[in-house]
Design a protein around this ligand. Structure first.
Ligand SMILES: NC(=O)c1ccc[n+]([C@@H]2O[C@H](COP(=O)([O-])OP(=O)(O)OC[C@H]3O[C@@H](n4cnc5c(N)ncnc54)[C@H](OP(=O)(O)O)[C@@H]3O)[C@@H](O)[C@H]2O)c1
Length: 303
């Protein structure tokens, strides 16, 4: 029987590569997009059914569910891949609440809403199949260890990992497998979006803020750019092949690293003594290179 998968954020990076991979293995792929241009690109791939959906908009989710339900009928849905993600970089002092909430909506609340909505279709798949339905949440190395200037990206991915572990128990009661997939740094447009964010964040800061953070954020952006151009960086197509193998397993493992660096962070870095971790990050992000302007900044006014 033909299997079906619902993939969010299918227009770029890992989601797009996964869409192509699953479609090439004869899955019916329900692939979400936001802009019309992306619809045309997705439509051109055999076995792909593009679905317009902003993952933060409940009406889009209702429509997406109705479309998938009508197409799969009684055979139900084999897998949901919660992949859509967004990033936000800003020093904590200047983090914007609306942007912070948006990151939590996309990276945490959307996987919750989407999975909950699709439960009836996953249960429908289970009725006539020995190999049970599954939900894959794409987390991040950033959900294992925090870094400076991406606090809400970290918070969203830490929270997603916590949610996924609890989902594992709750969905098991419905015979649905829950899978945590953890990419490391991967060569996708997400990396440049992070750097673009920094430029916008800096220009929105008051003069005193720029004096405090300009050098640190410039260094941070350079680090991002040199990671992005590293030829050793994992490619989304490699991750897509891993994801396909994981989803094909009759009984998938709960925790799956999609990159060696994610495995290293989880099993080595997070086990280092705290002082060693701080020293390493301080050095990598040059956090001890505060400028003379920084030292001269006036103390914040007290109420
Ligand atoms: N790249 C990495 O180094 C890395 C590392 C660890 C984890 N990850 C995780 O892997 C997943 C995929 O990331 P990626 O690197 O492939 O990023 P990407 O190339 O930037 O793709 C992100 C996808 O999410 C979609 N998206 C963002 N906000 C959305 C919204 N509100 N509604 C619907 N779709 C939305 C984007 O759609 P549009 O094209 O319409 O914007 C795009 O299709 C994310 O969860 C990310 O956190 C990535």
């Amino acid at each position: 029987m033909k299997k079906s998968v619902f993939i969010t954020g299918a227009t770029s990076g890992i989601g797009r590569a996964a869409t192509v991979e699953f479609a090439s293995h004869d899955y019916d792929v329900f692939a979400t997009y936001r802009s019309e241009t992306d619809r045309h690109t997705l439509e051109a791939i055999a076995n792909v059914h593009p679905i317009q959906m902003d993952v933060t908009v409940p009406a889009d989710l209702d429509r997406a569910y109705a479309t998938v339900a009508a197409k799969v009928g009684a055979r139900g849905l084999y897998a949901v891949l919660n992949n859509a993600g967004t990033t936000y970089s800003a020093p904590f002092e200047f983090a914007d609440e609306q942007r912070a909430r948006q990151v939590m909506e996309v990276n945490l609340m959307a996987p919750y809403r989407i999975t909950q909505k699709f439960i009836p279709l996953l249960v429908a798949h289970n009725r006539d199949n020995k190999v049970k339905a599954r939900v894959v949440n794409i987390a991040s190395w950033a959900g294992l260890m925090s870094a400076p200037f991406i606090g809400f990206y970290n918070a969203s991915k830490f929270a997603l990992i916590g949610l996924t572990e609890s989902m594992f128990y709750d969905l098991r009661l419905l015979d649905i497998h829950t899978v945590l997939a953890i990419p490391g740094l991967t060569k996708t447009p997400l990396l440049a979006k992070t750097t673009g964010d920094l430029t916008a964040t800096l220009s929105a800061m008051p003069e005193a803020g720029r004096a405090r953070y300009q050098n640190l954020l410039d260094h941070y952006a350079n680090l991002g750019a040199s990671s992005a151009s590293n030829s050793m960086l994992a490619r989304p197509e490699q991750l897509a092949r891993k994801l396909h193998r994981i989803v094909e397993k009759p009984k998938p493992r709960y925790k799956n690293y999609l990159g060696a660096d994610a495995n290293f962070i989880d099993n080595v870095m997070t086990r280092l003594p705290w002082a060693a971790r701080v020293a390493m990050n301080t050095r990598m992000y040059k956090l001890d290179s505060r400028t003379p302007e920084t030292q001269a900044l006036p103390l914040p006014a007290t109420a």
